[in-house]
Design a protein around this ligand. Structure first.
Ligand code: PEP
Ligand code: MG
Length: 536
């Protein structure tokens, strides 16, 4: 049997399938007389649950880093939410019921309320409020909310996995996880990628799969159940090949990105968080070519402060020990929504109020980010680039804001260094005015993901159009040449940070066009290096 889903992390896993059943607490409604005693029980259980979350946070902090661990702090804060605690307390008091039942009912009510909201971010909170309620109930019932246990390494199947469950997985025992629900942007998916476990979401596996042999194909997004022997042999061979390829690629660490006839190109890596810098270093990238800073905002419950951002950017700069770190300023909006921005629903969000448009409108938010980046620049080599640029005027306005930020830092005697400024070329408008833009900045980085969607008028999020979303379209390739030529004529270095940069069938073409840099996901760095070294 073969079931398809969406891959969250690539790789191949082969092993026994195990279904992870949540320890759904069966809670009975009981009439009680001693209301104060029940209120006290709830209070005690809430404190214990908070202490558990603290421990989980510390564990996650060590294993998956600050940004990903933050979810447990959020859960702890949810347990302090006055609406939540008041709801439980008033149910106990007015209905004279046991604390377990009041917690379960409150969890259900809040979860249904969140699930009914339009906002995807709030929808995601529905699972979390259930998660914290189950934790409190487990404490009340004298259990500890434990990690799923498995004796031998398994492919774990679940309806959904709460972040707290994911992080508690004993990695040595889990080969992969596969869930029916969840989205590619959920905390669970982000944690999964960080944990390097091949994973699939949106897989409607049958309930009787447990105990059978399975294969997870994280390349094609497939779960195979009880495959025939020859398929198993085929996948075992592929897994071996994967391992072998990885070993061979590692031999390229420390080698130069140079063709046989002496042409060079920089290969940098794309990251979404400071934690990913470890992968950049492990894969020997020459720098960070795209730090998607919006993930700091997406993982947060409120606007991240200047200090929080400064700490993150500084850490990235320090970890890269002087190698370049290109920070892309906030690219929120469209598919990347943070509810606290209070953005309106839009008919056409990809062409809507997003990225630099928000930053130039809500300059207070932008200024905080720029201050944090400039302050961090003192600790390494930082460059800044701006997303979704369509005009020279936008760049000039940005430069004015930066001048103001620098003046403030000077006045406060806060140190910073010179920072290269760049424009992301991801709109056809930016391509067409690239000669003018090149006079304003130090570098260009082509965002081929968006450039393809805007040039071909194909929504990059629409799976129905995947078949015609073609970044090899001659229109895109001509644009890439134009950007390289105009950039160089204006004294800029030029790079590509969209997914196309990692397409090794085009590496030769990019070198021919004169690109100076390709920024790819960390796992692709050595593969692109390998391609470069074959050429010439
Ligand atoms: C792009 O559009 O190519 C890009 C690199 O940015 P993002 O994928 O984050 O929109
Ligand atoms: Mg983009």
């Amino acid at each position: 049997m073969e079931i398809s889903g969406k891959s969250v992390f690539r790789g191949i896993a082969i092993g026994k399938l195990a279904i992870f059943k949540k320890t759904e607490s069966r809670v009975k409604r009981e009439h009680i007389r001693d209301v104060p005693a029940q209120l006290e029980r709830f209070e005690q259980a809430r404190e214990t649950a908070k202490a558990q979350l603290r421990v989980l946070y510390e564990k996650a902090l060590k294993e998956v880093g600050e940004v990903n661990a933050a979810i447990f702090e959020v859960h702890r804060m949810m347990l302090d939410d006055p609406d939540y605690t008041e709801s439980v307390n008033s149910m106990i008091a007015t209905q004279e019921i046991n604390a377990e039942y009041a917690v379960a009912a409150t969890g259900d009510n809040f979860s249904a309320m969140f699930a009914g909201m339009d906002d995807e971010y709030m929808k995601a909170r529905a699972a979390e409020v259930k998660d914290i309620s189950n934790r409190v109930i487990a404490v009340l019932q004298g259990e500890s909310a434990g990690a799923p246990a498995a004796a031998e390494p398994v492919i774990l199947l679940a309806d959904d996995l709460a972040p707290s469950e994911t992080v508690q997985l004993d990695k040595s025992r889990v080969l992969s996880f596969v869930t029916r629900h969840g989205s590619a942007n959920s905390h669970t998916a982000i944690l999964a990628r960080t944990m390097n476990i091949p994973s699939l979401i949106g897989v409607d596996f049958p309930d009787d799969a447990a105990g059978k042999t399975g294969i997870v194909d994280g390349y094609k997004g497939l779960l195979l159940i009880d495959p025939p022997q020859e398929t198993l042999d085929e996948y075992r061979a592929r897994r071996e090949e994967d391992e072998e390829k990885k070993r061979l690629l590692l031999e390229l660490k420390g080698k130069e990105n140079v063709t046989r006839d002496g042409r060079r190109i920089d290969i940098y890596a794309n990251i979404g968080s400071v934690e990913d810098v470890a992968l950049v270093l492990a894969n020997d990238a020459g720098g960070v070519g795209l730090f998607r800073s919006e993930f700091l905002y997406l993982e947060s419950e409120d606007y991240p402060s200047e200090e929080e951002q400064f700490a993150a950017y500084r850490k990235a700069a320090e970890m890269m020990s002087g190698k370049k770190v290109v920070i892309r300023t906030l690219d929120i909006g469209a598919d990347k929504q943070a509810y606290y921005f209070g953005l309106d629903r839009e008919d056409n969000p990809a062409m809507g109020y997003r990225a630099i448009r928000i930053c130039l409108d809500r300059v207070d938010i932008f200024r905080i980010q720029l201050r944090a980046i400039y302050r961090a620049s003192y600790y390494g080599t930082i460059a800044i680039m701006f997303p979704m640029i369509i005009s020279v005027d936008e760049v000039r306005r940005i430069k004015e804001i930066i001048a103001g930020v620098k003046a403030e830092l000077d006045a406060e005697s806060l140190p910073y260094k010179d920072v290269e400024l760049g424009v992301m070329i991801e709109t056809p408008a930016a391509v067409m005015i690239s000669a003018e833009l090149a006079r304003e900045v130090d570098f260009f980085s082509v965002g081929t993901n968006d450039l393809t969607q805007y040039t071909l008028a194909i929504d990059r999020q629409n799976p129905k159009l995947d078949g015609i979303y073609d970044p090899h379209h001659p229109a895109i390739l001509k644009m890439l040449q134009m950007v390289a030529d105009n950039g160089h004529a204006g004294g800029c270095w030029v790079g590509i940070c969209g997914e196309l940069g990692a397409d090794t069938t085009l590496t030769e073409e990019f070198l021919r066009m004169g690109y100076d840099e390709l920024s790819v996901s960390p796992s692709m760095v050595l593969r692109v290096r390998q391609r470069v070294r074959e050429l010439g």
